[in-house]
Design a protein around this ligand. Structure first.
Ligand code: HNI
Length: 141
């Protein structure tokens, strides 16, 4: 459960990302592939050639979903249900990959926002992204 203060901090950070979803998402994916090469198995089409257009396109889609989750912080399960089906039942992404993505998310945020990214903001985003990951992986069987 997110506190009122955590919600505010999540929304504040999202306001800084909004409008830059594709760039943020592409950087996030590149960082993920570089730091955790095992994650590339899920994206052979993206990681082999590191085609910037495709990275930007997938980055845009992924970050748009994060933005939608920010708008539905109180109802993540319903808002992300189709994506949960996709990741768990179709893509069968191993849930162990989600903490790796979250780790990279923090690093990309911190590297861009620098001092604007406070300890409290990071803690709030960690809680929020963990909630997103729980929903995206809970249908896995
Ligand atoms: Ni994820 C497709 C959102 C974590 C592997 N992913 C998507 C799409 C969205 C999305 C949106 C596009 C759906 C569509 O086109 O209908 N993914 C998210 C979010 C998170 C996440 C919000 C976590 C915060 N995905 C992960 C992780 C992995 C992952 C951790 C694996 C390491 N996702 C994929 C793959 C696809 C995908 C693979 C399909 C890619 C493609 O090109 O179709």
């Amino acid at each position: 459960m997110l506190s009122a203060q955590e919600r505010t901090q999540i929304a504040q950070v999202w306001d800084l990302i909004a409008g830059h979803e594709a760039q943020f998402g592409a950087e996030l994916l590149l960082r993920l592939f570089t730091v955790y090469p095992s994650t590339k198995v899920y994206f052979p089409h993206l990681s082999a050639c590191q085609d910037a257009t495709q990275l930007l396109s997938h980055g845009q889609r992924m970050l748009a979903a994060v933005g939608a989750a920010v708008q539905h912080m109180d109802n993540l399960r319903a808002a992300l249900s189709p994506l949960a089906d996709l990741h768990a039942l179709v893509l069968r992404v191993d849930p162990a990959n989600f903490p790796l993505l979250i780790q990279c998310f923090h690093v990309v945020l911190a590297s861009h926002l620098q001092d604007e990214f406070t300890v409290q903001m990071q803690a709030a985003w960690d809680k929020f992204l963990t909630g997103v990951a729980v929903v995206l992986t809970e249908k896995y069987r």
